[in-house]
Design a protein around this ligand. Sequence first.
Ligand code: C2E
Ligand code: SIN
Ligand code: SIN
Ligand code: FE
Ligand code: FE
Length: 492
Amino acid sequence: MAISLTDLMSMHEGLELSFQAFADLMMVLDAHGRVLEFRGRESGPYAFSNAILGKNIADVFPPLEVKKIERALAHVEKTGNVATFEYSLSQAGVEFWFDARLAPLSKTQFLLTARDITICRETESRLNRKMQQLSALRSLDLAIVSGLDLHLLLSMFLDQVSMLLHADATALLLLNPKTNLLEFVSGKGFYSNALQHTRLRLGESFAGKVALERRLTHIPDLSQHQTEFARSPYFAAERFVSYYGMPLIAKGTVLGVLEIFQRSPLDPDADWLNFLKMLAGQAAIAIDSATMFKELQISNLELNIAYDATIEGLSRALDLRDKETEEHTRRVTDIALKLADSLGVQDSERIHVRRGAILHDIGKVAIPDQILFKPGPLVEEEWTIMRRHPDIAVQLLSPVTYLAPALDIPHWHHERWDGTGYPDRLRGDAIPFTARLFAFADVYDALTSNRPYRSAWRKQEALEYIREQSGKHFDPDIVPVFLELVNAKSID
Ligand code: C2E
Ligand code: SIN
Ligand code: SIN
Ligand code: FE
Ligand code: FE
C-alpha cells in the first residue's frame, strides 16, 4: 500500500513541524530510485522543483551521490533498517554538505531525508585552523620562556609563518641599534643565499621603508618596482611577484621587519592579515625578551616581567578581534584582585588570580566570528561551541608550566554554585575558590557592558541580579563581600 507524504504528515501530528526544523529535503523513493514524492526548500542552491517527480535519482543527483543513495537503498531493502550517510552537492564552486537518512516506509517505498550541515562543517574546519594557529603561537611562547637562542627561535618562527600563511619565502631582518642598519637574520624559501648579506639603512628598499614608516606594506606587483631590487641580481632570479612587509614593534620601538614574498599574486583575507599581525606581535615580544634575557642578570622578578609580557601577548590575540574585550579584561582583572584582597587571598596566590583573569576568555579565540559577534541569542549548536571556550583555554595553556596555578579561572569561571554551570558542572566548594570569586567580576562587568547580543544593564539591575543569584550562580558567602565593595565604591 502506498503512503503519501501528506498521509504521513497527517498521521503524525507535528511531523510537518519537525520536518521544518530538522530536514532540508524529503523524498519518497521506490526500490529503483524513482522519485515518487518530494518536499524541499523552495529556494537555495539545493532546491529541487516538482519537475523531478517520476524521475530517477540518477537524473537528479550527481553520479557519486547516486552511488551512495543506491547503496543505502540496497541496505534498507535487505535489512529493513535505517541507513545514514553524508553527501555533498556543489553549486557555483561552493560545496554544501548533507547528513542523510533513508528509512523504509513499506516494502517498496523509502523515505529519504537530508539536512544541510554545511555550517557545522565550516565551523569545524575553522576551529581546527584556529587551533593550529594557536598552537603555533604557543610553541613560540614556549620557546620564549625557555630562553632558546634567538637565531634558533626566529628560524622556528619563520618555519611556522611560512607554513601557516602559505608563504613562498619569508625573511626576518633585525635593526642593529648600534649601526642603525637592518640586518638579515633568517630566511626561508629563497633559491639563493645572496640575500643573507643584506644590510639596509632605514628608508632603503622595501624593508627599510617598512621600518621607517612603521606600517604594514603591501606591494601587489613587484615588477612595478624594478629599481628597488636592482641592487641584487639574485633577487630578480627569485621571480617574486608580491610582497608583504610587517614592522616588528615592541614597547614603541621598531626591532625589525618580517617579510613575506610570494611567487604568485597574493590576495589575502582578513583572517590572514590578522594572523600575520598576531605573529608579528609575538615575534616582537620574543625578540624583545630575548634581548632582555641577554642584557640582564635574570632575577626572579625580571623573569616574572618576561612571563607577563608573554601573557599579555596571548591576550592580545583576543583583543585583536574585539576592542571591547581589551577593556573587559582590564576591568575584570581589577575587580577580581580587589575581591581577592578583601577575601584574604594570599600574596603568593594573587599573581595567579591576575594571570588567570587576564587569560580567562582566551579560549574564545577559537570561537568563530559569526557566533562571538552574533547580535542575538545563540541557538543550541552555537552554545555547544561557545561552551567549549573554557576547555580550549586549558588545552592551550596547560603546556606552559608557569601558568598551571593560574588555570583555575580560565577553566572554571563558568561553573555555578548550584552545579548548573559548565564545562564540568562542579558544585559549591568543588569549584576552586579563585574561580568562584572571579565569576562575580566576569558577570558584573559583562552585565554592565554593551554586548553584541544586548545593551548594557544599569548598575542597580546588575547588583539586583547578583543578589538574586546568591546560592544559585554565586557563592553565597562571597555575595555580601562583593556588594560591600561596590557600596564602598571600591568597585565601580
Ligand atoms: P560574556 O558576554 O562575557 O558574559 C559572561 C557571563 O556573564 C555569561 O556567561 C553570563 O553568566 C553573564 N551574562 C552576560 N550577559 C548576561 C545577560 O544578559 N543575562 C544574564 N542572566 N547573564 C549574563 P555565559 O552565559 O556562559 O556566556 C558566555 C559567553 O557566551 C558570553 O560572555 C558571550 O560571549 C557569549 N554569549 C552568551 N549569551 C549570548 C547571546 O545571547 N548571544 C551571543 N552572541 N553570545 C552570547
Ligand atoms: C630582503 O629580504 O632584504 C630583500 C627584500 C628587500 O628589499 O627588503
Ligand atoms: C544562558 O546563560 O544560557 C544565557 C545567558 C544570557 O542570558 O545572555
Ligand atoms: Fe568566559
Ligand atoms: Fe568574560
